[in-house]
Design a protein around this ligand. Sequence first.
Ligand code: GLU
Length: 357
Amino acid sequence: MKHKAILSSVVLVALWWCSAGAQAADTGPLPRIRVLGTGGTIAGAQLEAGGQAYQPGRYDVGALLRAVPDLERIATVTGEQVASVGSQDMNDSLWLELARRVDAALAQPDVDGALVTHGTDTLEETSYFLSLVVASPKPVVLVGAMRPATAPGADGPANLQHAFTVLADPAARGRGTLVCMDDAVHYARNVVKTSTTSAATFQSINRGPAGRVRPGRVEWYEPMDRRRVPDPPFAVHALRQLPRVDVIYAHAGMSPDLIDAAVRNGARGIVVAGVGDGNVSQAALERLARAAQAGVVIVRSTRLVMGSVARNVEIDDDSLGFVAAGELNPAKARVLLLLALTRTSVPAEVQRLFDEH
Ligand code: GLU
């Protein structure tokens, strides 16, 4: 039922003009930005005033944009609603639909950039996905909020205003997909959600943000890491689904049963959220090796927040045919493995894609 509701909201496209001012009085033409709404807290409403409970995805993009201060001075905006979901319900087919919509928007000569509103729970995955599949050098910025639109101190309007400021900056072009939250702008590959409730939840672990957003301008931290823009991007336009990839969380006393279940249910890839440097129990290791021999691609990531997983440290990836995730956390490693599997299931080639992306 819920699935149906999501699908129908994907099919239902609401397109409207939010701001018709195509020309600023003295600063030349404003950037023309397409906004794609997907739901989340940024579009959420409290169930009762003062309460903690709320429902994500209650407002459409038009309502959100009307709350952005000075928008008519920053950008000319058109919008469309792609979905209205809490981002815990984001999934592979919605990602493919979103990628098609973003690419279609950016292909239009009268669109200079795209802004995607999104729930914060899986924003780190959607942004990384888009960064790997969008071909255009025009900027794409994802933005969410930690407080619902009806809450005191709602952070959505400021986050949106900052996202438009980033999109209006010519220096945003060619940086791939970006995430704008809490006065900072992040590269999609690096950004992760770190706190359940803090407005400062998004951090670029290991590296720091791409820059800071000040009133009306962006301070970019240089140099930019060129790996952020894949060349060529993964081609997903013709795809209606992606291969199954499961994430399995390691812990003391880990049994191999969930690995068996993943393989039995048709997983073509497994990402392990390993302990420490991507380790698992001996019993799990043996079962992963067996799965790898059967053609399932095994990627070792870590359940830890910082650091990276390197090849051949405690586990002999070369002889077992495993892939090391480097800096990618399990959720991001799953995104890259989904896309890598559309090209190859040879572990050495998948490893090369992980090293490059
Ligand atoms: N769980 C919801 C989501 O990710 C709300 C969280 C949020 O947007 O902050 O869409």
